[in-house]
Design a binder for this molecule. Sequence first.
Ligand code: FES
Length: 109
Amino acid sequence: MNKWIEVVELYKIPVLGSRLIKTRDMDIAVFRASDDSVFAINDVCPHKGGPLSQGIVHGHTVTCPLHNWKIDLETGHALAPDHGCAHLFPTKVEDGKVYLQLATEEAAC
Ligand code: FES
């Protein structure tokens, strides 16, 4: 069973913004949509590695700041006509705290 890890308090993530969580192996962008949905995704754009955490959030999508690819935060996939996928991590919010699971095979691209 995968373990939930508390990473940040929800109020510390700006609405339509993100917080960067650094692990030993990677940087993870944790996004907060306008409806308070929270998504966690590897902070590497599937196009040329741009920092998705610095992108613009609209709906449940983030636009990469480098070349404007749009990444679906629910799936990690680039929206057509682009192709590619960023690794997505399961999230949950409990008592105002954001948790995510790092060891996820099913969430991989
Ligand atoms: S690196 Fe993200 S769109 Fe090019």
